[in-house]
Design a protein around this ligand. Structure first.
Ligand SMILES: *Cc1c(COP(=O)(O)O)cnc(C)c1O
Length: 396
């Protein structure tokens, strides 16, 4: 028989398993084998799988109205944007279908902001090594990862990538040509690295002094993932001018958003930008439900509590496997183990034992479980990782 995958552009290399359904924190194959899902579609299924309130909202909307395009008002989108703006720094929201598109909107807004002030030469976007901002041409140039740029033509002008954590390089890079600094408060793909809170505060100050905008990419670390609604809220006086969200905001329904202040966002007027599907009635029906659940302070408190259990569990694994584990990295429920060799064999061994985990950077075993996990799920996951690490014959 031919390979059923032969017509899929093979840019991913998925394992053999195909999942048939999801129930809470578990994914289940057609044969009925159940897996504990500690990767959640890369920090997307924040409320787990088949959350009854989300299923109900989508079912109800699917029977009423799917799509009108943004030529017409979408009341549920107006409502979600209002809630987002009441709860955050923002005054304006543009809904997208993905994180990449939220980044595109952010870069365009930042550049247009300076252009509208008569400063058309301020178009540079400063980013950090290890960054990931998506896969469009704009986003791979912003991310600066040479692996993702190779073969896709000349690098676009207007992007400067500096070493993560190099304060001198940052000081030199932010000039009168800088439109914005773009940063993930916790890097996801780059290896689950949190920027120290005081550094975000300093970064805000630097941007203010130099007249540059500050853009946060909270696509992966936002929406409750670190135990605050947005990761930058851990830092004082560190609000952005623009913020990108996606992944968890839709809980599995594909949508994202670019949020801006009034002052910055006012440059985006009729004709400036657009999206056929962005914020359509299906996405907004689900988005309102997800927002209402996750933005609740009691829910976030529970995320912080269970995050402590995860951190403790990972710490115990680092302690009991010092020859294989370098330490724990990340924040809240975007967290990982730094391993002393490539993490793929450990990831595969975990899957064989019924636990799904991710990888990030060069050597990080990444966890991004649904935010609704319980202590018993954490104990189970830690037990599986312990067994996988014990068996692992590390190549040195
Ligand atoms: C996943 C991700 C993106 C891209 O989002 P898509 O929905 O895949 O386009 C951008 N930034 C960060 C930090 C991400 O983790």
């Amino acid at each position: 028989m031919s390979d059923p995958r032969q017509h899929i552009m093979p840019v991913y290399r998925p394992p053999e398993e195909a999942f048939d359904r999801g129930e809470g924190v578990r994914l289940i194959t057609e044969e009925g084998k159940s897996y504990l899902d500690f990767v959640a579609g890369i920090a997307v299924s924040a409320l787990g799988h088949s959350h009854p309130a989300m299923v109900e909202a989508l079912r109800e909307q699917a029977g009423k109205l799917w799509h009108t395009s943004n030529m017409f008002r979408v009341p549920a989108g107006e409502e979600l944007a209002r809630k987002m703006c009441e709860r955050t720094f923002a005054d304006r929201v543009f809904f997208t279908n993905s994180g990449t598109e939220a980044i595109e909107c952010a870069i365009k807004t930042a550049r247009k902001y300076h252009w509208a002030k008569g400063d058309a030469d301020r178009y540079e976007i400063v980013t950090f090594t290890g960054a990931f901002h998506g896969r469009s041409l704009g986003a791979i140039n912003a991310g600066g990862n040479p692996k993702y740029l190779e073969g896709f033509g000349p690098a676009l002008p207007g992007f400067t990538s500096i070493e993560f954590g190099d304060h001198d390089a940052l000081d030199k890079a932010v000039t009168e040509k800088t439109a914005a600094v773009l940063v993930e408060p916790v890097q996801g793909e780059g290896g689950v690295r949190a920027i120290p809170e005081t550094c975000l505060t300093e970064l805000r100050k630097l941007c203010d002094e130099r007249g540059a905008l500050l853009i946060y990419d909270e696509v992966q670390c936002g929406m409750g993932r670190t135990g605050k609604l947005f990761a930058h809220e851990w830092a004082e006086n560190a609000q952005p001018d623009i913020m990108c969200v996606a992944k968890g905001v839709g809980g599995g329904f594909p949508f994202g958003a670019c949020l801006t202040t009034e002052e910055t966002g006012v440059v985006m007027q009729p004709g400036s930008h657009g999206s056929t599907y962005g914020g359509n009635p299906l996405a907004m029906a689900v988005g309102n439900v997800v927002w209402d659940i996750i933005s609740d302070e009691a829910f976030l408190e529970q995320v912080r509590r269970v995050s402590g259990t995860v951190a403790q569990g990972l710490k115990s694994l680092a302690d009991s496997h010092p020859d294989k584990v370098d330490g724990v990295t990340g924040k809240g429920l975007l967290i990982g183990l730094r391993l002393k060799a490539l993490p793929k064999p450990v990831q595969n061994a975990c899957r064989d034992k019924g636990l799904l985990v991710g990888v990030a950077g060069n050597n990080v075993l990444r966890l991004a479980p649904p935010l609704v996990i319980e202590d018993s799920d954490v104990r189970e996951a830690v037990g599986v990782m312990d067994a996988a690490l014990s068996e692992w014959e590390i190549a040195t």
